[in-house]
Design a protein around this ligand. Structure first.
Ligand code: PAN
Ligand code: ZN
Length: 183
């Protein structure tokens, strides 16, 4: 039997960096074209979020885990958010554990049901099989959470890239508000 050695990762809460780094993926506005309602007239190409994947085999039995950091801010009225995805293997679930900040977790099924959960320090959110998921930073500091999901889950971005999600999270009178996507 070929055993993998157990190992630790360390998330540095001051630098907001994973040690050792693993795969670091940064998403700027230009990586999310068409996902925000008002992305024209935004100065520069702001970094919206980044996430650190611990490198693991993409096979059943393993547990992928990664740390996402969404910087605070808005594009038009919409708060910074992730692209959002279904898992390629749709019957795989995920747990998000929020370790800093405040936000919303927007989920949707292919039948069109939507659910929105609050994210705040200490919250453990369960994303059951079949729900697509997107996270939104509605606070003034970085939103930081750990995601844990099956090794073979994979990511399907195409559906949300093409059709968006039914619910948007916008700022209204200084407060986050969940609204129906007008498109
Ligand atoms: C998370 C996400 C991460 C970035 O680890 O991959 O928050 O969001 P996008 O993948 O939508 O850009 C996860 O849900 N993994 O399955
Ligand atoms: Zn996921």
């Amino acid at each position: 039997m070929n055993y993998m050695d157990p190992f630790n990762s360390f998330f540095n809460m001051k630098e907001l960096e994973l040690e050792p780094e693993g795969d670091l993926i940064a998403r700027r506005l230009s990586d999310m074209q068409g996902m925000y309602q008002q992305e024209d007239n935004v100065a520069g190409n702001p970094k919206i979020y980044e996430y650190y994947n611990v490198r693991l085999p993409e096979i059943p039995g393993h547990l992928q885990h990664c740390v996402t950091v969404i910087s605070p801010g808005k594009i038009g009225k919409e708060y910074h958010m992730t692209k959002g995805h279904y898992h390629e293997v749709e019957e795989t679930a995920e747990i998000y554990f929020t370790i800093q900040g405040r936000g919303k977790l927007v989920m949707q099924t292919k039948e069109g049901d939507s659910k929105v959960l609050d994210m705040e320090e200490g919250m453990i959110s369960y994303i059951p099989p079949y729900w697509s998921h997107r996270t939104i930073n509605t606070g003034e500091e970085p939103l930081v959470f750990v995601g844990v999901y099956p090794g073979n889950a994979g990511h399907n971005y195409g559906d949300i890239e093409e059709r968006g999600m039914k619910k948007l999270v916008v700022e209204e009178d200084g407060q986050p508000k969940v609204i129906d996507n007008p498109d």
